[in-house]
Design a protein around this ligand. Sequence first.
Ligand SMILES: [Zn+2]
Length: 231
Amino acid sequence: MNETDCLYDKHVKCLVCSHGFTTKKLRSKYVRPIQHDTDFCSYYDSENRNPLYYYITVCPECGYSFSDEFSSYFPPRTLDAIEEKVWSNWGKLNYCGERDLRQSLNTYKLAIYCAQLKQEKHVAAAGIFLRLAWLYRTEGKTAQEFRFMQLAADEYTQSYSTGDFKGSHLSEVRVLYLAGELNRRLGRTNQATLYFSRIIERQKEFLEKSVIQMAKDQWQEIRAEKQRAAN
Ligand SMILES: [Zn+2]
């Protein structure tokens, strides 16, 4: 099968410049992960079938870059900031076709900048940072992976404190779990324990039993690690 058959054209209308365009997305039936990490990072058998490459949409006309988690609301003056800082400097690059890793990394950096200018919700910013960390992990670039994992951990923490994940695709238990697991991976075990404990204490309130079990496993892992270090 031709690899490009995995892709389809999604129609988009830009919320900044109103330009209509199509951009490639991966058909969900071709998304077949072969392995998962404990922070939900998935691995695929072919880079052409990695949905992370197509997570960000970039308007070819003005450069506004966003994920599906971005809200349609622009706080006061943020539209002006994007027009001035992104649109007026935009070199009409086109990221609407098939992407390689380098192009995909560029789209994430553009979206991070737009999220900052737009004052986007913490949960949306976290989703970008986390996926960018996963891309670097897949490439074995550990320093970059940790840099973006730290940014993701801090955004999930703030998303939990402010409650801005409500109405997003992420449930409260997943936000808590990601705050715990990313902090655990970063070696911040006290913070990790705090978030895992919150899940365990309130487990009756949550529906996703598999996530509760993962929190218990990782909490247990931290305890075992501490005991090994003490002996
Ligand atoms: Zn645009």
